[in-house]
Design a binder for this molecule. Sequence first.
Ligand code: BES
Ligand code: ZN
Ligand code: ZN
Length: 498
Amino acid sequence: MKFSLNHSIQSYPDLLIVPIAKQEASLRCLESIGKITNVPLEVLKTDFEATHKESQTLYFQENGTNKRIVLLGLGKQPGFKEIISAFRSFGYRRKSSLPASTGVSFIFGNVEENAALWVEAAVNGLELGNYEIGLYKTDTDEKATPATDLAVQVFVAQNEKEAAQIAIDRGIKIAATQMEIFDLVNAPSNKKTPQTLADWAMRSGKKHDYAVQVLNQKEIEELGLHGLLAVNRGSENPPTFIIMEYRPSSPAKKKIGLVGKGVTFDTGGLSIKPSANMHYMKSDMGGAAAVMGTLEMAAKLQLPFHIMGVVPATDNSVDAKSVKPGDVIGSYDGKTIEVIDTDAEGRLILADGLAYTVRHFNPDILIDLATLTGSCIRTLGTYAGGLFSNNDELANDLLASGQSTGERLWQLPIWEEYRNEMKSDVADIKNFSGAPSAGAITAAKFLEAFIQDHPVWAHMDIAGVAVSDSEFSSQKSATAFGVRLMTQYLQQLAEKKA
Ligand code: BES
Ligand code: ZN
Ligand code: ZN
């Protein structure tokens, strides 16, 4: 899609989308649409209620040509997320039928403030609506032709144009990265090995000009990443340890370390998972994907931070060589770990990732993202990721970014009492308390033991949000959760006064 900006409508595009929230002020907007289309306001009001994702097509003629206006409902007090989803839903439903000349208007009094934000959401949503999940379908009839050749005119007030241009650019850029992340997370495990993640990072690094280093099995052994090696023991695919590094062209405001769980498939290992939902464990690298997407966005937007993204990648498989419950393993940090449950593998590889990042990079801020626990899903459902932090300022900044992007977080405590549950009789720490309670928190406490006492650390458990039910697929599919959240967080941080 190509987007262009205009502040007035000389001639109507074949289809003009007018997003409208459910509020008093929308009446004025409906009134002007009514005049253009010759529909009385009373009729418009009854037929279109502006509920979220509702759409109503109106037809009229301009100089003898047929034109359409589509009223797109946004619901009451729509946030950024609701505007995106309304446009994505519309774009998805109309993927094959949008005319080459399409427009989106924000100049009918349908936007009260911050038009740029609406523009970014609209552009992002329309682009995402084009996402095609059926990568492996051979029957092309089943695939809708994506609306890639569209020329979309965006209409905003003259004084909003500059901000809107930036918004269009951001909406396009983030959508492209999000769709890459969808593909990565949705990819099945037989098409996605630790090397696949490494290849993605190298390709992205080349394209967007940031450095990527990939450590192979031998280098991982030499370094002593014993957590990663233990999880990888049962796998036919060697592990990779991916280190992405983005440097801004001007002096960096801060150093930021990001670590993502890159489990390309989690069978549970010998503590094997039940079969019912095991197929979703192809998405157990959602944290890694979020980190990779964030690095790519930082490079695309030239954010003023020196950022290191670290991804320990492996699958967690069943084999004679697999690590066994009760085994004691080492770690990069030097601590010994008793592996009570081989399904608590994410924390083993993150332990190495976190310790490595602090020792080699010494960041000002340390953040990890991981599809870490079923417990987090039982706690928050699929409506928020779990947030754990030892630093209030960092936690509040992340919560605020979660709120404004709609990729919501909810903070849980990491009180010292929970740490006691991770004490091992035989080793320095165990990977599972054995109790069915507070599993997301005890997992966070385990990670905390490996951050080398870093004072500004946050962990996000995105198990419930990395994939979700939606109208875009019959099964749960990727959300790219974390990419928008982290991009927003970094942008806010860049503007923040020291
Ligand atoms: N990858 C899972 C967590 C998960 C579960 C993510 C469901 C997405 C959906 C993780 O490795 C895991 O299995 N965690 C265990 C830990 C337990 C054995 C201590 C869990 O949460 O059940
Ligand atoms: Zn697991
Ligand atoms: Zn896992």
